[in-house]
Write a new protein. Structure first.
Length: 185
C-alpha cells in the first residue's frame, strides 16, 4: 500500500464528550503512515429540504466537496432509539442530494460505534448500512465493530487502552486494505 489515502471521519454524535469521537480520534492512530484523516463536521448543516436543491447553501456545498475528496469514510455512530442519530441521517441526506449529485457514490465505508449499552450500536449500524447500500458505498462487512464504552477506554492523549487496541487493530488493518482495494483512483 504505497499510495496515499485520505479518509474522512464522520461522527454521528454532537456531544462534546462523545465516546464515538474519542474512539475515532484514537483509532486513526492505528493506521499505516500513508493514511491521512480529516474529521468532517456535520453540526452546522441545515436540515435537508428539497426546496434547497436548486440553491445549495455554501455550508452544504463545502460538506459535499469534502466528501468527494475522500478515498474512504469512517462512520462512528452512537445508537439513538434503535437507529442512527437524526444529525447523521441529515448529513447522509445532504451529501446525497440534489438527485444525481450523490457525493457518497463509490466511496468505501467503515462503520464502528460506541455505546454504554450491552448491544452497543448493532441496530444503528444495520440501519446505516441500509442507507449506504442505496448510496452505492461499498461497506466493509467484517470485522464488525460494536464497542461497549468503559472508563479508561481512551486516555487524554487519544490513546486506546491495550485491550481495546488489540480488538481494534484488526478492524483498522482490514479497513486500510478495503480502502486500498476499493478506492476510486
Amino acid at each position: 500500500m504505497s499510495s496515499q489515502y485520505s479518509i474522512g471521519v464522520v461522527v454521528g454524535s454532537l456531544r462534546a464528550d462523545s465516546y464515538n469521537l474519542k474512539v475515532a480520534k484514537a483509532i486513526i492512530k492505528l493506521f499505516p503512515a500513508n493514511f491521512s484523516f480529516k474529521f468532517i463536521r456535520i453540526d452546522q448543516l441545515p436540515l435537508y429540504s428539497q426546496d434547497a436543491d436548486q440553491n445549495v447553501p455554501a455550508v452544504v456545498a463545502d460538506f459535499k466537496d469534502q466528501i468527494k475528496t475522500c478515498d474512504g469514510i469512517i462512520f462512528a455512530t452512537p445508537e439513538y432509539n434503535r437507529s442512527i442519530p437524526g444529525v447523521l441521517k441529515n448529513a447522509i441526506d445532504q451529501g446525497s442530494r440534489p438527485w444525481g449529485d450523490n457525493s457518497w457514490e463509490g466511496i468505501p465505508a467503515g462503520l464502528l460505534g460506541v455505546s454504554i449499552g450491552n448491544i452497543s450500536t448493532a441496530i444503528a449500524q444495520q440501519h446505516l448500512r441500509n442507507s449506504l447500500t442505496f448510496l452505492n458505498m461499498p461497506t466493509m462487512n467484517q470485522p464488525e465493530c460494536f464497542l461497549k464504552w468503559y472508563d479508561g477506554m481512551v486516555d487524554e492523549q487519544d490513546n486506546l487502552a491495550a485491550k481495546s487496541k488489540d480488538f481494534l487493530q484488526p478492524w483498522a488493518d482490514t479497513f486500510a486494505k478495503f480502502v486500498a482495494h476499493n478506492a476510486k483512483r
